[in-house]
Design a protein around this ligand. Structure first.
Ligand SMILES: [Fe+2]
Length: 394
């Protein structure tokens, strides 16, 4: 049996990688990129830095900075208009540069595909696959989290029905990724924690997924080894360069892992929390990770035990039973130390939470991700897990 592995054609990895952007464009034979980003990246000066780099290489560009957190269909269509409108001198764009966290990169993926192939984003919703690559996309992540620079996925919210649509395929895999941890040094602690747990969740879910394979296993285990010992460090010491570098690399490796192995129940249940209550993606993963791991581990104890060992919280001499016990303990402790709130502490109204649960559970199942979980839940079990998470996230 073979496995379909997709990767960016070029990856430039390490401190200062951003300076190589003009060379990456030249290698891809593109010279008229649209920069897709958000207001925060403009304020932090990253967009000016990129424009200066490109200007020095005589590369014309324009900026679309109106991507939003948890991108919606409407926000994407504004980007598609900017893309199809072309440069002010009348020439067309031939590529997209995405700069930012997961939202600008996910937005750029959708904009690139829609501007090239047409249609609406819901035309690309899973299980349909975007089987052809669109215009070259160069992804520049500024957070160590989503791994979107290395995945064949994008998530766009249908705001008419509060549903996060998962879109999958070659068309959503960036052509190049510039993974420069120095861009993550200014990320504030809350976002650092949320995105870091997202990356850890990608690695764990890829490793226990029913679609795990030899390639994804190695990427996932390497990602856990890099992320787990450094997550607390980057939360408490934002300037710790070695820890930031390890997290950035770990997040990209976790992205590669789940791009071929998929994610599982945590992500399936996390997306509806984001769509209904606007909890940041990594934070809702963190809320769910301990409870979903407890629910799932009897169906894959050896796999969860290996996660604990790769994370450095159990040793080879621990039995699988002891190792998974340590894993559960660690996931709870991590949430406490990173100050992950319960849904109620986040500010969600208990009545709205309760009444949304059946729809959230249906959406979670429909996304397909719970089907990859070691223990595949029924609707009622998903509701029960949501109720547990309301009580405690550790
Ligand atoms: Fe994620």
């Amino acid at each position: 049996m073979s496995h379909n592995i997709l990767m960016p054609r070029i990856m430039e990895v390490g401190g200062g990688a951003l300076d190589r952007l003009p060379d990456v464009l030249a290698a891809l034979d593109v010279a008229r990129p649209l920069i897709v980003t958000d207001r925060m990246m403009m304020e932090l000066g990253y967009v000016d830095r990129v424009r200066e780099l490109l200007a020095a290489a005589a590369i014309p560009t324009q900026v679309f900075a109106d991507t939003v957190p948890e991108p919606t269909e409407r926000s994407i269509m504004a980007g598609v208009e900017a893309m199809t409108g072309g440069l002010d001198d009348g020439r067309t764009f031939d590529s997209v540069i995405a700069i930012g966290g997961g939202s600008p990169i996910d937005s750029a993926k959708a904009i690139g595909v829609l501007a090239h192939f047409g249609g609406e984003i819901r035309d690309y919703q899973f299980p349909r696959q975007a089987e052809r690559a669109g215009l070259p996309l160069i992804a520049v992540p500024t957070t160590a989290g989503t791994g979107s620079e290395c995945t064949r996925f994008t998530i766009i919210t249908d705001d008419t029905v509060d549903e996060k649509m998962l879109c999958v395929g070659v068309g959503f895999m960036p052509t190049a990724a510039i993974v420069d941890y120095e861009l993550s040094l200014s990320v504030p602690p809350r976002v650092t924690a949320d995105t870091g747990i997202d990356a850890l969740t990608h690695a764990i879910e890829a490793y226990v997924s029913r679609k795990a394979n030899g390639f994804s296993d190695h990427q996932a285990l390497a990602a856990m080894r890099l992320i787990a010992p450094n997550l607390r460090t980057v939360y408490h010491q934002p300037d710790n360069r070695a820890a930031r570098e390890a997290m950035m690399l770990g997040a990209s490796l976790a992205g590669l892992a789940f791009s071929s192995a998929s994610v599982a129940l945590v992500h399936g249940m996390s997306r509806p929390i984001g769509a209904f209550f606007h909890v940041p993606h990594g934070m809702s993963n963190a809320m769910l990770l301990p409870a979903v791991t407890r629910f799932s581990l009897d169906n894959a104890p050896a796999r969860y035990a290996r996660c604990a060992r790769s994370m450095g919280i159990a040793s080879e001499s621990n039995t699988d039973t002891a190792a998974v016990h340590l894993l559960i303990k660690e996931l709870g402790a991590l949430n406490r130390e990173l100050e992950v709130p319960t849904p109620g502490e986040f500010g969600i109204d208990p009545d709205r939470w309760r009444s949304a649960l059946p729809t959230m559970a249906e959406q979670a199942l429909a996304s397909g991700s719970p089907g990859n979980n070691p223990r595949v839940p029924e609707v009622g079990e998903i509701i029960e897990l949501y109720q547990q998470v309301w009580q405690s996230v550790s």
